[in-house]
Design a protein around this ligand. Sequence first.
Ligand code: ME8
Length: 684
Amino acid sequence: MTQRFYVTTPIYYVNGSPHIGHAYTSVVADALTRYHRMRGDRARFLTGTDEHGQKIEREATRAGVTPQAFVDDVSGRFRGLWPKLGVEPDDFIRTTEERHVAGVQKWWRKVRDAGDLYKGTYKGLYCVACEGYKTEKELLPGNLCPIHERPVETLEEETWFFRLSKYQEPLLKLYAEHPEFVLPETRRNEIVSFVQGGLDDLSVSRSNFTWGIPVPDDPGHVIYVWFDALFNYLTAVDGTPEAEFWPPQVQLVAKDIVRFHAVFWPAFLMSAGFERDRLPTTIWTHGYLLSGGRKTSKTPGLTAVKTPGTTDPTRIADVLGADVLRFYLLREVGFGQDGEFSIPGVITRARAELGETVGNLLHRALPFVGKYFDGRVPYVKDEDLSDLERTLRTRVATLVADVAAAWDVLAMHRALELTIETARTANRYFDETAPWKLAKSDDRTRLGVVIAHVLEIVRAVAVMLWPVTPTKSDELRFQMGLDPLTAHEDADLWPLAWGGLAAHTVVRPGQPVFPKYDPATEAAMLLSLDVRDTEATPKNTPKTMSTEEKTETAAPVVAPVVAPIVAAVEEAPAAIAYDDFAKVDLRLGKVMTAERIPRKDKLLKLSVDLGEPSGPRTIIAGIALAFPVVEELVGKQVVVVANLAPRDFGKGLVSHGMLLAAGPSDSLSLATFGKEYPAGTRVK
Ligand code: ME8
């Protein structure tokens, strides 16, 4: 049955050019939209640009142009990027558009009429880079914003306040009754503990600059940029709770702005009269793409620290190809986790999984069709199937269902892993059945069975890859004699049934679908993307064919090696006996609370549940620089050295354990497992 699917990305600030972090969220939204469309759903994908506020006004002044000229230029760069990445939003909203300005003023009046706006004076701290209010508690030493690491400003101005405090209980009820409202769970825990900590009323107008939407009936004020921006999701779908595409099923955000989306946004909507079933279904928070260990960012000073290459998505897509980049973004980083973006990594993935596994499968099979079956997909009778084919079909059917199930819960990395596993399964079947030997033995029936099965699996894989690599999937389909995949409402194109590639279809063999990366081309690619610091070290052993297969097919399959960035190797400590290792009691714990310690800028005080009857332990951990937003830690599963002697940090601070972590102190990651286990589980 056709379902409605409305997905949004944040609308991006136009204070600088788009980078790979923006590309990431938009590629995810595009892939999800394509997935839903190919399942027969009625889908809508919205993105756009956030163009008001003090930050933009200042950037325009710095550039010596009017704010309007400034935002027109930068917004155009975002809009121009999407076609280069194969990203096809249904709408691109700009907050300076009349439809949005009128919509926001309408919703302001609704909120005002509900009695939730009142005038007062705001006195406090503000980070212009976040366009967000800060409390002293959350600042880094030196009065720095924990997200942007830049000094905050002190504001004192007349303002309209929104009665956010009134929504504390309704919000907590929302999170309790609809745990799917904030995903993943760790983010929900953070948000719940933030709201439980108490909500202050929120200043929602500014009066000391003018680049914003005027407050209705109060011309001295402009609407706070987040009140303005969040309503874009509504104003873009014609602005009523009843609109066809309202509410959104998935609102994608990175963790820096989850609080705006999971706390302010539903509170604004409730105030404007939206019932629970008219609120967004899920605010889905993903992690950061890191470059050189830091979040990729428009703010100078936060980008690459070494030379891991450009973060300009246009340049990367121009050199490596949009589909290959899209595949990497969704495959490499577990959705919800942080991940280092690596240009050599894009090439490695593309070569090993798209080229050597998927492309190779097609180019291994097609020559047999030309040589022995008159260029047509062989006809297979049921009675010619062996147990091998029956097992293969069952395995593929399971994988196809599992891939869909992973897409349905936004586990795209897993969906792609299983998609590639489907191709691997077929490659193994090909090796096992050795069609080049069957060709020699003149067993045309058996040869036909094998080749038809391999091609059918390539078809299934191409379909499952289509949301991510639409162009390459259609190229695979073209060589198999199929038309480009075209989604229709009500038509589920997922390869659930065997046999989508009809017998006698005329194949159209051509060049390898995925690029070949010979060492010289690859080195040139890396250099043109500013990646230095590399060593030409072979990483993967290329897949080779037996000599017999080679002579049979003469198909191009041997892919050359990539030059990965090689991490510095530290000298290994001396070996220890197993008994020595066994003395270390490693346990899984769950972080219950996390707080900064005054005047200790590197340390955090955590209480960690190890499932002990005595209750959670206090652990003092030197991880503060990597977790500017301490709430992020709450709910996290961590690995604890549980039998370390207590360590006294003075002033009553005693640590009863140590966390395992890796990486530089300002971007370290905590050791964890892909799955949740009960607190206290032994790590062995
Ligand atoms: O916050 N890794 O705009 P923004 C992953 N205008 N995603 C990243 C990223 C990174 N390194 N860098 C950026 C704003 N993003 C507001 C939003 S919505 C009503 C207003 C992505 O230009 C990610 O989606 O700072 C993040 O939430 C968004 O860009 C922030 O974009």
